[in-house]
Design a protein around this ligand. Structure first.
Ligand SMILES: [Zn+2]
Length: 378
């Protein structure tokens, strides 16, 4: 072997080998959208229920198909035809595929903290606006110069600034409130619209605003890591409005498609961006009325939960689903997990791995990457 060749081999050996090629990651959540609708489309009993659906006829006409897989594709075409078809997904419990939260509560703050930090902290027991003592993977990555100032989050729910602990993390979080420093005419218009159009819930805004602020920021600032949390699905469900819950799910699917096509239209993101989609908790199924709720037994049995009559908790509300597509993600389609449910505390480390960052260098307490979702490394 020539000296040059020896030198080349030695150098190759010394150089860090980049396993995955994703340069950017986008994590999107639907709040509390059930796996039942994701994989089975609309529920006939709820769509036809006089108490839960005012727009039964329109709902059935637009979304009912006799075949469950056709029904699911009709409700969430982008998820099925692009993300599931080109990537990997988990959570169709009718097909031996299981995803779940591992926190003890099955509601939002513990769920989002688990997804974003990779850690289940037993002191997080409510949705109260308490700054998170755990650190999101966005904040962890911010400590690396490659990602400094390159992460951002957009959300409909007003608790996210606390989940991200913005005072400590300094992450750009636009949640519920208007943009205090509108960058252009369009953001000024969004601010005026959000101010002058009634906000549907005291703590959650319409997802249109979250989506538009996120798109505007994405096009202008081009962050490497972006989190978007759409919230309408959960709030319409809590209100018992199944028709609106379904319309919100269908809109959100279209919003996510728009994010994806925007990414693919931009040089920085094309073919090097991972898209990951999941939920913070599931909802009930049996009895029928439990579809509106989500809470573990430990949560329903607390005084003032309003759900104490559900003595076993909202059964099934720990059930989630997750999906990913993009470079480094296996194109397996449905992952059959058997009884070994994949848990939300492994999502953050999975995204870091896809970005070629080892979570153990940032926070070894995080759940480990879901290797079943990844292309086998070399
Ligand atoms: Zn939630």
């Amino acid at each position: 072997m020539s000296t040059m060749l020896k030198l080349f081999c030695a150098l190759t050996f010394l150089l860090p080998v980049k396993i995955y090629s994703a340069e950017n990651a986008v994590l999107i959540t639907f709040d509390g959208l059930r796996w039942q609708e994701v994989f089975g489309g609309i529920d006939e009993n709820l769509a036809m229920h006089s108490e839960y659906s005012v727009q039964t006829e329109q709902l059935m006409q637009q979304f009912w198909r006799s075949d469950s897989s056709e029904r699911a594709k009709t409700l969430l075409p982008f998820l099925h035809n692009t993300v599931f078809a080109q990537g990997s997904y988990v959570g169709n419990r009718l097909q031996n595929s299981c995803a779940a939260v591992s926190n003890n509560w099955y509601f939002s703050y513990p769920g989002y903290s688990e997804i974003l930090t990779g850690v289940v902290n037993p002191s997080i027991v409510s949705n109260a606006k308490i700054p998170n003592t755990e650190i999101t993977f966005l904040e962890l990555l911010e400590s690396n110069s490659v990602y400094a100032g390159q992460t951002a989050a957009f959300a409909s729910w007003d608790v996210f600034p606390f989940i991200f602990n913005v005072e400590r993390s300094g992450i750009h979080v636009n949640a519920f409130s208007i943009e205090p420093n509108p960058a252009d005419e369009y953001e000024s218009l969004l601010n005026r619209m959000q101010t002058d159009i009634p906000t549907p819930w005291p703590t959650v805004r319409n997802d249109f605003f979250t989506h538009q602020y996120a798109l505007s920021y994405l096009r202008r600032e081009r962050p490497k890591v972006l989190f978007i949390s759409y919230g309408e699905t959960d709030d319409f469900a809590h209100d018992g409005e199944y028709d609106q819950y379904i319309y919100a799910a269908h809109r959100t699917d279209r919003f996510i498609e728009e994010i994806w096509t925007t990414l693919q239209s931009m040089e920085q993101y094309r073919d090097n961006t991972v898209l990951f989609i999941t939920v913070d908790h599931g909802r009930g199924e049996n009895p029928l009325a439990s579809w509106m709720h989500h809470s573990s037994q430990a949560a329903t049995q607390r005084p003032n939960s309003g759900l104490t009559h559900y003595s076993d908790g909202i059964v099934g509300s720990e059930a989630t689903w997750l999906a990913a597509v993009g470079p480094g993600v296996a194109d397996t389609g449905l992952l059959r997990t058997g009884a070994n449910c994949l848990t939300s505390d492994r999502i953050a480390a999975t995204l870091m791995e896809l970005l070629d960052e080892d979570f153990r260098n940032y926070n070894p307490a995080m759940g480990s990457p879901i290797h079943e979702l990844l292309e086998s490394a070399l």
